[in-house]
Design a protein around this ligand. Structure first.
Ligand code: KG4
Ligand code: ZN
Length: 338
């Protein structure tokens, strides 16, 4: 039996829609990015984001269905991100999903955005033999602009949060350090690009170990970068931006990798998932692919940053397990979900 999910994601600055078959096969995925609009503010401007979602949501959904060669009536359910994210942005996608579900008499499924990132690891191209699905128990490292956490997954939709960042998220640290170094928004890709020409051993930036916990901390690292840049500025020398970027990136990758592997061993995980915007980082991907024997699932680049395909994948497993939402479903930020 084939189950088709139409999924919608509008939690931040991307208006996205996708069609996913049986939770894994990517039939279509459309992402309308607002990056250029927000770049002039140096970050996401929430009011502008909501207005852009209102303008884009209908054409983006129409495009996702058209690219999939399906109509709304062919769908089995409509899934949408209900949080966490910007409330004014979330309501646009969630209400669009409610309208579509009501109009076509389809079930509505609410998906947590972080859960969506994790489920991006299940996705493969439609028409291809599916690669083996991630095996439980698995450890999911979630690294995005707003979150950095380790979750143990013992089954579908069953998460135990082992630890999280005590201050900045990894992506937030990339974005803030990019600003310190005078690199353009969005910070993650800019730091990665600058780092390619740099020496990762030039500066010995701190790695907060937070022994005895599964938490992370990146604010000390950010402050260390700030102090080092101030020293160089006051000496009148030019900032070695590439070395700063490479040394900072190495410290983040080291902190994330070391703790994830230790947790995977401690909790007997069979496999590891690395997901969220920062999982697009080349140094992080290469480290996880090369330096551990654990099987590691990292989504392809287009599925690392925000998209609706991941919401369709998680939405399918919710739908299949009977998690159907009422029409009064509201935006929600708590996590893990019950
Ligand atoms: O998952 P995402 O698209 O949005 C959130 O849910 O937050 O993550 C966005 C974050 C931003 O902080 C961005 O700078 C970071 O992911 N990011 C990267 C890279 N690409 C995106 N960080 C490091 N290296 C990258 N290549
Ligand atoms: Zn995200």
């Amino acid at each position: 039996m084939t189950t088709l999910i139409l999924a919608i994601e509008t939690s931040c600055d991307e208006t996205a829609a996708a069609v996913i078959e049986n939770g894994r096969a990517l039939v279509s995925s459309v992402v309308a990015s607002q990056m250029e609009i927000h770049a002039r503010y140096g970050g996401v401007y929430p009011e502008v984001a909501s207005r852009q979602h209102v303008l884009s949501i209908v054409p983006v959904v129409e495009q996702a269905l058209a690219q999939a060669h399906f109509t709304l009536q062919d769908m089995d359910a409509v899934a949408a991100t209900r949080g966490p994210g910007l409330a004014g942005s979330l309501v646009v996608g969630l209400n669009a999903a409610k309208g579509l579900a009501l109009g076509a008499d389809l079930p509505l499924v609410g998906v947590n955005h972080l859960e969506g990132h994790i489920y991006s690891a299940w996705i493969h191209d439609a028409g291809q033999t599916p690669p083996p699905a991630p095996q439980f128990p698995l450890l999911a490292l979630l690294v995005s602009g707003g979150h950095t956490e380790l979750n143990l997954m013992t089954d579908h939709l069953t998460y135990t949060r082992l630890g999280a960042t005590l201050d900045d998220a990894a992506g937030e640290a990339f974005d803030k350090v990019a600003r310190l170094l005078g690199l353009p928004y969005p910070g993650g890709p800019s730091v990665q690009k600058a780092a390619e020409e740099g020496d990762p051993t030039r500066f010995k930036f701190p790695r907060a170990r937070l022994e005895g916990t599964w938490n992370f901390s990146f604010s000390g690292l950010k402050t260390a970068v700030l102090h080092e840049t101030q020293k160089i500025h006051s000496s009148g020398k030019t900032l070695p931006v590439a070395d700063f970027a490479a040394s900072f990136q190495a410290a983040v990758v080291d902190a994330l990798f070391t703790k994830t592997i230790a947790a995977a061993r401690e909790f007997g995980a069979r496999e590891i998932i690395v997901a969220g915007g920062v999982s697009a980082n080349r140094a992080l991907r290469e480290t996880f692919k090369a330096q551990t024997d654990f099987p590691v699932h990292i989504p392809r680049l287009s599925l690392c940053t925000d998209n609706a395909a991941m919401i369709g994948a998680a939405g399918y497993f919710r739908y299949a397990l009977g998690h159907i939402a009422e029409m009064d479903l509201d935006v929600q930020s708590t996590w893990p979900l019950s």
